[in-house]
Design a protein around this ligand. Structure first.
Ligand code: SAH
Length: 263
């Protein structure tokens, strides 16, 4: 984990993460330089720590945002031959040429990651943030409007903040163009689940990746939590990988502290 850092600007925060190899891809570095965390965090925006947003939510620490974006990057970048040669990620970019990227951020909170994901996924991508508390759904949208770039992304209609229970994912049927097939290239979950929700895996495209913090013991939300990734390859085969331990607030029922245990 990156050393605690009290930076006084977005640039110094990003450079700190770059020096400590939390950010390793030049494209991620440049996106983090473009999307100012000060637009999204209520205070101490450039500390490498989570900050309270209200409604039992926090904006995740910058190093956690960076790790999530680095993990999802091959599923975010537009897949074209020419970009493969120049974007520094080369053969790691996963996808089907010509497909419009579709990205889902569950537990969008401050909105920071929605903006970051949209920045990396490019101008044809669809990026949807889902939160189950309307105050937070609106917060994400309001924060994003605070920069001309964020406002422009919202104005296209391809970047949206929606209200819903993220454990069910989000339907892509009304986002599908032509015979592009349903599902998400990348799903990020910003709160800890009590299990790997099959419905989210089902909603992945082939290929696609889910990034999700999950409690160690199924249906025990107070147990240790780890990041998991679930990859669906082009043939639909699923690979589940358990990564490092993390601290996250829980995915829960709206309007209450009780965790949702049944789905
Ligand atoms: N990734 C965001 C927020 C993290 S806090 C950021 O860094 O700003 C976790 C978020 O998950 C909160 O906004 C909370 O309201 C949301 N959340 C919790 N349970 C949820 C559920 N069942 N469906 C959708 N969002 C949920």
């Amino acid at each position: 984990m990156v050393q605690q850092n009290s930076a006084n600007s977005n640039e110094s925060l990003v450079e700190h993460m770059w020096r400590n190899k939390v950010i390793t891809h030049p494209m991620v570095r440049s996106a983090f330089l473009k999307v100012d965390r000060g637009q999204y965090a209520p205070g101490d925006a450039y500390d490498d720590s989570p900050q309270v947003l209200g409604h039992h939510a926090t904006i995740s620490a910058p190093h956690m945002h960076a790790k999530a974006v680095e993990s999802l990057l091959p599923y975010l970048l537009p897949y074209t031959k020419s970009q493969q040669a120049t974007n520094g990620v080369e053969e790691d970019v996963v996808g089907v040429r010509g497909r419009r990227r579709r990205i889902l951020d569950i537990g969008s909170g401050s909105g920071f990651l929605v903006h970051m994901l949209a920045e990396l996924a490019g101008e044809t991508a669809v990026v949807i943030g889902v939160d189950h508390i309307d105050g937070l759904r609106k917060l994400g949208e309001t924060n994003m409007r605070r920069s001309p770039e964020g406002a422009a992304l919202l104005a296209t209609g391809r970047v949206r903040f929606c209200l819903g229970d993220g454990r069910k994912g989000w339907p892509t049927a009304n986002l599908v163009d032509g015979d592009d097939g349903e599902g998400w290239d990348a799903i990020h979950v910003g709160a800890a689940a009590v299990k790997l929700h099959d419905e989210l895996v089902r909603q992945l495209r082939s290929p696609g990746r889910l990034f999700i913090p999950v409690a160690e013991e199924e249906n025990n939300w107070s147990s240790d939590k780890h990041i998991w990734t679930v990859d669906k390859d082009e043939k639909g085969n699923i690979t589940k990988t358990k990564h490092y331990q993390v601290k996250y607030v829980s995915l829960m029922d709206a309007l209450g502290a009780a965790p949702h245990l049944s789905t």
